[in-house]
Structures are given as structure tokens and as C-alpha cells.
Design a protein around this ligand. Sequence first.
Ligand code: NAD
Ligand code: GLY
Length: 361
Amino acid sequence: MKTLQVDLGERSYPIYIGAGLLDRAECLTRHVPASRIAIVTNETVAPLYLAKLRAHVASFQPLEVILPDGEQYKTLEVLNRIFDALLAARCDRRTTLVALGGGVIGDMAGFAAACYQRGVPFIQVPTTLLGQVDSSVGGKTGVNHPLGKNMIGAFYQPRAVIIDTDTLKTLPDRELSAGLAEVIKYGLIRDPEFFTWLESNMDKLLARDTEALSFAIHRSCRNKAEVVAADERESGVRAILNLGHTFGHAIETGLGYGSWLHGEAIAAGMVMAADLSQRLRWLPAADVTRIEKLILRARLPVRAPGTLAPARFLELMAVDKKVMDGRLRLVLLKRLGEAVVTADYPRAQLEATLASRREAA
Ligand code: NAD
Ligand code: GLY
């Protein structure tokens, strides 16, 4: 097992990474302060991993909350089912919420933990690659709104993140690829050496080579932990973690949540951000090609859906948490391995990117 630390003063916490960690109960139980836990999961993950987790925490009277599966259920209405279950079972303010699942479950259980009785302890047990390399670390929690992705939420850090890499064995190929989008992101925004490593090892990752996956998860978490430690609440550098997200969230909201996977939308969005960076003469064309090639090799889309007209795309992009004083800030690439957040780009260049980087309608 490898351990990383997210350094946030008194809210610091460990990320444990290893094969078979669901069987090492002490990783979890040492972070549970009282006698009760509530496991939040979904109807796909429950039959795979709930029994195993339950067996190890039987002495904590585990309450089980099983939600429907899918991004379209990441809503306030479904969130309320967690509160219903906690209240019906009379869970008190020392009950620890455990998120067992992908990013949707992690974001929702985390938000529930932030709100229930004004905050209860929370542990992340991510079971998708995307969850393991990104969403379980850093304390962003929340739900979607029909008008905008992740628009309702809170910063709320977990007490620990427990990454059992064995859970990836049951993950569908399409979900593995979606997670690779966020892995590639770290290479693009701050770790060019990792980007080169990914170019050499993409086939191993797709073949689920254990060593390659563990390396990629560890390196991704290290990058994320460093950025979060520097800027927990995204008043500055943390925004670079949103490379491709303004474009991607527009795709997710525009097509309807769950149509494209989050990672797929981010993949196309990162190519669009690279395209705009090239138009600003920051990124050479050869680097845009490199980025596009790696994303394609990860079996991810590199263009926005043709059904989203550029005018509609712009409207959707305007509902973004990086909008400040009415100006849409974007994460762009100064060079491969260095991201910047800027509102300083000509609107015509953004429109050119939207027009050129879409599939035929
Ligand atoms: P997801 O949670 O929908 O999981 C993907 C699918 O895999 C689901 O059907 C799920 O039931 C299934 N699944 C989970 N683990 C499995 C396993 N081990 N074996 C088989 N199937 C399994 O999607 P995701 O890609 O994990 O997360 C996407 C969400 O994460 C989005 O809502 C996105 O906004 C959010 N996100 C949050 C952050 C953050 O910082 N909080 C960062 C990135 C993404
Ligand atoms: N996934 C973006 C962030 O955690 O800041």
C-alpha cells in the first residue's frame, strides 16, 4: 500500500492506494470517530462491493443507502433520499458517511455529509478510475441543476480516501477510458513528464496492467493533492484542474446529464482548449496533434457533438463557476504542461474553436 497526504492543516487526510484495501478494514475504521457508519452507494456498485465492506464494518451498525445509478440522478431530489434514510435511522452527528462508488456517489455523499446536522465525518472509497484519480480527492461535493452542472454544492474534505485498485477489475471499458481523460489532464496542466509517460504506456493502461494503473493513480493523486493543498477553495491555481471542463460541462448539460460520460465530455473539452491555445499562438500545432492523438488512443472523443450548435454552446458555457463579473474565464495551455486561467482571449477565436472542433451534425 502507498500513502499520500493532502496537506490542509487540521483538515489534512491520507490517500491510501493499493490492491485489496477493501479487505483491510483498519484503513477505514481508524478514521471513524464513533460507533455508527452509513454507507452510500448505488444499485450497480452494491452487488459488487457492499457485502465485502459491510462484513468488515459490522460492529459499526452500518446503515446502507442505495441510490439509483447515473449522472441523471445527481440531483437535490435524490440527495434527499440520503437525508431521509439518515433521519429515519436516527443517525446522530457523529455518524460517518462512507461513499462507495464513482464520482457521482462521492459528490453526493460528500454533500450530504457537509449538510447533515451541519456536517458529519466522511470517508471516500472510490471505485471508478475517475473517482480514484480525481473526484474523491479535494473536497468538492455537490449535485447538478438542470441549468448547470455541479452548481449546488460545498467544499467538504473527507477524513480519508481509500483506493482499492482491485475494484477497477469490474469497471466497464468505457468508464476506464473516461477516467483516463482526467489522468491525461494532469500531464497537460502541470506534469509534462507524466504526459510523455502516458504516451509510452497508454496501451498498458487500457489493458489494465496493474503496475501501470497503480503508477498512474498515484501520480494523478499526487498532482491533485499538491494543487488542492496550495488552493483548497479555488481562489487561484486550483482552477487549472478544470482544463476542458467549461467546454465539457456545456456538452453534459446541453446533451442531458448521462448522455456523454463526464470524462468523455472533458476529453473533447481539453482538445477544444488546446485548439484555442493554438489560436492564441501559445501552443504549437504539433502539440495539439500530440494531445489529440493521446486522447484518441485512450478511446475518447476529440470533438464536441455536432448536435450542439456553437451559439447554444456559448450560452451553456456562460453558466460556469469560473464566470467572474460577467466574464468567462477559461483554462488554456501556455505550453504542454503549463495551464493558465484567463478571460483574455478574443471572442472570435473562441467561436472559431467551437465551429471547427465539432462533429458533423
Ligand atoms: P459514476 O459515478 O457515474 O460511475 C460510472 C459508472 O461506473 C456508474 O454506472 C457506476 O455505477 C459504475 N461503477 C462504479 N464503480 C464500479 C466498479 N468498480 N465496477 C463496475 N462499475 C462501477 O461516474 P464517474 O466517472 O466515476 O464520476 C463522474 C462524476 O464525478 C461526475 O458527476 C463529475 O461531475 C464528478 N467529478 C467530481 C469531481 C470532484 O472534484 N468532486 C472531479 C471530477 C468529476
Ligand atoms: N476536479 C476539479 C477540482 O477538484 O478542482
